[in-house]
Design a protein. Structure first.
Lengths: 883, 112
């Protein structure tokens, strides 16, 4: 095998040498034979002649020699390619249509695949990524407390290293005003366990990260180093301030290493023991109640996932016995790293794979389209093929030639598709989340993506070339040459191209319904009750902890900001809080209601908690159902009070009227809180959730340094943002602001998954419609041109316009009907899948399905219109003369 | 003796045999074939070359340019180790075939 490849390669790449050698060798033979004859007394001229005759047909033996080297196929291929280019150049409209639809189909698949590749397939850029796992406590619970992490790390025997880490906002000061960045807090073993080597300087290690506050070291990401420090090598050893504390830069991470979350672009890494300095005012390293730590572990060689989970869960069971109120029922499992375990991994995988299936359907529709046009052309070329077969071309040879043509189309289309995908991938990589969320994807067009595109193109080429090639292989030269183009070819049986059109219409219906269902779902999501009124509300965020404010100074500053904002022109109402519903920053706490004060961790209730100022409900348009609002008297000295939502009242307090009842936070059991009011339910984390229990506490009673100011105003948001910025700058010019924009922009984050789905599906739906329209148009135009004579005769003997149209369009209408019916059935089935991706998408929405059916009929009618009109204008005389 | 037509596949085996006796250029292979078959095999001379190229392509022969007896540039074929192995196998199976066929055809009426 190897010898053959070497010999073939030598022949191909040194073709001229091989040709010359072959000529030399054969002429040596003839010369030698002539010399021998001469020696035996034959005259020189006669000797040469006889030597040549004895040798035989030199050129044909040369050909056989080339074939022996496997060169024949190559020569044929070259001839086929030349022929294919000529054939396609003769029908530029067809070639352009084919290339464009393939480019769109292959491009769509390549884009989607590059996203799947980036999010699901591509391993993290670390050493032996397949041995590294995310450790999570069941679905939706990616975090655990740091003391729990410490116990798991010290007691488990399955890991070469268990890393605890977390992402956190960090204000970076390099001399000028602080900039808000995002970074990782990571235990000292982080880089060593992952096996990453620094691009510059050194990383921190286990020994650096032992005592709280003693390792003020920072590692920069490569992008941060080049972007914020100009790639200066002298940056090592420099001191910067992070959240007002001085840190020394000790190293730069390698290019391409962006931590262990694939959607995240960190600026820096800081040792975990610096947590109290980074998250000022909220130390949790020794607090078993605060579950803030993510865990990654590298399995020891030979340890299986199951064994490691068993090991971890034995420890978890012990932790559950030791701390039943916190850890009872704790179960740990391993999952793939990169997407915070199953929290994002599950939906992201389901969504991208769903989209990949749809993209595949689009490509199938494009192939079906081309197959039908090619089949129609193939029928026209029967006579040409018949001639070629009867003068000795083998059928295999003809099939190969036709496939060359389709593969040529597919590769040109594929190349154009790759270019499209490349542009789209760059666009996606450049995309930033619109608000203060450190989300950015890195979607490269790498070797794997290119291989996928090549495979897809080849697959498409064979797929849409196979039907015409099969037809050609069955060509019977006698029949095809004798038959004239007559009506007998039409109307008999079900030709492949008719089936193809029906299949295509069905695919189109599926795609268009998927698109319409998701758009309608999105529209419903936009109009459903959020439990708040985002209209005209602008938000601005800042963090006083990061800026070094003490608790007392911070509380005073918040109050002064609110007073200043309320004075601004056009402001109707204003408030501040630590966070708000549907923002990315959500926290939950464990609750004990007054009638059931002590519960185990597996039975406890948790509630979302917001710390809000008076005026919060009014500003956000949250309706109060009973009781009173929080006011300025609910301060530090007065009894602890809170407003809850209806779900809290019903699920936790088990009553519709909980006014005057109490509950306690797990971290402050001794001081129960009185419920003073109930507000309507809303959406807090995502739009798909069912109503969750929520507590609103007075921020005057429970200070929080993270501040969001909400302003309701009739003025445009940009003006409000500018005015608020100015007002805050007048109070503290060095305070960095973030998340300045409208609530509607912030909601964009919650709507992002369904928006992404809607955009992708709309693109696919339009693509499918265009493909179906061209397919139907092609079929009708073809059948009209084939049946010109028949139509001419019908008109000549007095057929009315209606009769003619019935003849021309009857079959098309039938195909359209069958295809649409099959498509609607499929769409109803596929809708089930879709409703799990797109919010509010009902699988059997009659309005949508009806609209889709109407669209398809309209598209079919439109596509058939021009050729059908042409058939009506047929002049009988002219039509009969064409033969 | 009548000049026989070539059985399919025998040309390759004969070439391997010819070359197994020492490196030969194409014309010398022809002469050697005529010599070892006593002139019983008749092929058009050119037909030798596709066979040589095929065997070379399969890695059974190796070809190198050298000088002929009268100092002209000629392409010399030698057997590769794979070619030697193949030759032994083919020769053995050919002998088996011949002896089986001979025994079968020699079977007399009263031996049945």
């Amino acid at each position: 095998m190897f010898a053959r490849m070497r010999s073939f390669a030598r022949s191909v790449f040194r073709r001229s040498v091989m040709e010359r050698d072959m000529a030399d060798e054969l002429s040596f033979h003839v010369d030698a034979r002539a010399a021998a004859l001469e020696a035996s007394g034959v005259p020189p001229e006669e000797a040469r002649r006889r030597a040549r005759v004895e040798f035989g047909a030199t050129e044909s033996y040369k050909d056989e020699c080339r074939e022996a080297r496997g060169l024949r196929l190559l020569d044929d291929l070259r001839a086929d390619l030349r022929y294919a280019v000529r054939t396609l150049a003769r029908t530029p409209a067809f070639a352009a249509m084919a290339i464009v639809s393939l480019a769109l189909g292959i491009g769509a698949n390549t884009v989607v695949f590059s996203v799947v590749n980036a999010l699901v397939l591509k391993p993290l850029p670390i050493e032996q990524p397949e041995r590294v796992f995310f450790v999570q406590a069941g679905p939706g619970h990616p975090t655990t407390s740091f003391p729990n992490y410490r116990d798991l790390r010290d007691r488990s025997v399955s890991f070469d290293g268990l890393v605890g880490y977390r992402i956190s906002p960090i204000n970076l000061e390099t001399g000028g005003a602080p900039v808000r960045t995002w970074g990782y807090l990571a235990t000292g073993n982080y880089f060593d366990v992952l096996g990453v080597k620094p691009a510059l300087g050194r990383f921190f290690h286990q020994a650096d990260d032992v005592h709280a506050g003693e390792a003020p070291y920072a590692v920069l990401s490569f992008e941060c180093w080049t972007g914020r420090f100009g790639g200066d090598r002298a940056v090592i050893g420099r001191t910067v301030r992070l959240n007002r504390t001085p840190f020394t830069i000790i190293g730069v991470a390698p290019q391409g290493f962006r931590g262990t979350e694939i959607f995240f672009r960190p600026d820096l890494w800081v040792p975990m023991m610096m947590e109290p300095q980074i998250e000022v005012g909220n130390p949790w390293l020794d607090n078993r109640n605060t579950g803030n730590t993510w865990m990654l572990g590298r399995l020891k060689p030979g340890i299986s996932v199951g064994a490691a989970e068993g090991d971890l869960n034995a420890i978890a069971a012990q932790l559950g016995r030791d701390y039943p109120q916190i850890n009872d029922g704790l179960r740990l499992k391993l999952s793939r790293p990169g997407l915070i375990g199953d929290t994002l991994g599950g939906p992201v995988r389901a969504f991208t794979i769903g989209i990949l299936v749809l993209a595949g359907l689009v490509l199938l529709a494009a192939c079906a389209n081309l197959a039908s046009v090619l089949a129609a052309r193939g029928a026209d070329r029967q006579r040409e093929l018949a001639v070629r077969i009867s003068i000795g071309a083998s059928r295999g040879r003809i099939v190969r030639q036709l496939l060359t043509e389709t593969l040529l189309l597919a590769s040109v289309g594929g190349a154009a598709g790759c270019a499209l995908a490349f542009v789209a991938a760059r666009g996606l990589t450049a995309w930033h989340a619109p608000i203060d969320v450190p989300i950015q994807f890195d979607i490269p067009v790498d070797l794997r993506v290119l291989l996928f595109a090549c495979a897809t193109s080849a697959f498409a080429g064979v797929l849409f070339g196979l039907a015409p090639a099969r037809q050609a292989a069955k060509t019977n030269p006698n029949g095809a040459l004798k038959e004239s183009d007559g009506p007998q070819a039409v109307g008999r049986g079900w030709p492949v191209r008719d089936v193809v059109v029906a299949v295509q219409v069905a695919l189109c219906v599926v795609l268009v319904s998927a698109c319409a269902l998701s758009l309608r779902g999105l529209q419903q999501a936009l109009t459903m009750s959020l439990g708040l009124d985002p209209q005209g509300v602008t938000i601005v965020g800042f963090d006083l902890g990061l800026a070094g404010y003490s608790k007392e100074a911070g509380a005073q500053f918040q109050r002064r900001v609110l007073d200043a904002v309320k004075q601004l022109p056009g402001v109707q109402s204003a408030a501040y809080s630590n966070s708000m519903p549907l923002s990315i920053d959500q926290s939950t706490n464990v609750i004990y209601p007054d009638d059931r004060p002590m519960l185990k961790a597996s039975e406890v209730y948790t509630a979302h908690v917001y710390e809000v100022s008076p005026g919060f409900f009014q500003t956000l348009g949250i309706r109060r159902e009973v009781g009173r609002d929080i006011d300025w008297h609910d301060g530090a000295g007065s009894p602890r009070v809170a407003v809850v939502n209806r779900a809290f009242a019903q699920k936790i307090m088990r009553t519709r009227d909980p006014l005057g009842r109490h509950f306690a936070w797990s971290w402050r059991v001794a001081e129960p809180t009185e419920i003073i009011g109930v507000v309507e339910d809303g959406k807090y984390e995502s739009l798909t959730e069912t109503a969750k229990p929520v507590v609103f506490e007075p921020i005057l009673q429970r200070y929080n340094a993270t501040t969001t100011v909400e302003v309701k105003s009739a003025l445009p948001s940009e003006q409000v943002v500018a005015a608020v910025r100015q007002a805050i700058a007048a109070l503290d010019p060095s305070l960095p602001l973030y998340q300045a924009g409208t609530v509607e922009q912030m909601l964009g984050f919650a709507l992002f998954p369904s928006q992404a789905a809607a955009v992708a599906l709309t693109a696919f739906g339009i693509l499918a419609l265009v493909l179906a329209a061209t397919g139907i148009h092609g079929l009708v135009a073809y059948s009209v041109s084939r049946r010109k004579r028949e139509i001419g005769i019908r008109i000549a003997i007095g057929a009315s316009a209606g009769n003619v149209l019935r003849v021309v369009l009857g079959r098309i209408a039938l195909l359209l009907g069958i295809g649409a019916a099959a498509g609607l059935l499929l769409a109803a089935a596929a809708g089930q899948l879709l409703s799990s991706i797109v919010y509010q998408a009902s699988p059997r929405d009659p309005v949508v399905l009806g609209a889709v059916a109407a669209t398809i009929v309209a598209v079919g009618a439109l596509a058939s219109w021009a050729p059908a009109r042409r058939s009506l204008r047929t002049q009988p005389i002219e039509a009969l003369r064409t033969e | 003796m009548e000049r026989g037509t070539l059985l399919p596949g025998t040309l390759d085996l004969l070439i391997l045999k010819a070359v197994s006796l020492g490196p030969l250029h194409g014309y010398a292979v022809l002469l050697r074939l005529q010599q070892i078959t006593g002139g019983a095999l008749a092929i058009e001379q050119g037909a030798l070359y596709p066979a040589l190229y095929r065997l070379e392509h399969q890695g059974l022969l190796e070809a190198k340019w050298g000088l002929s007896e009268n100092n002209r540039r000629a392409r010399f074929y030698t057997l590769t180790p794979a070619g030697r192995k193949r030759f032994r196998e083919e020769a053995a199976s050919w002998s088996t075939l011949v002896s089986v066929m001979a025994a079968a055809l020699d079977t007399g009426k009263n031996e049945v």
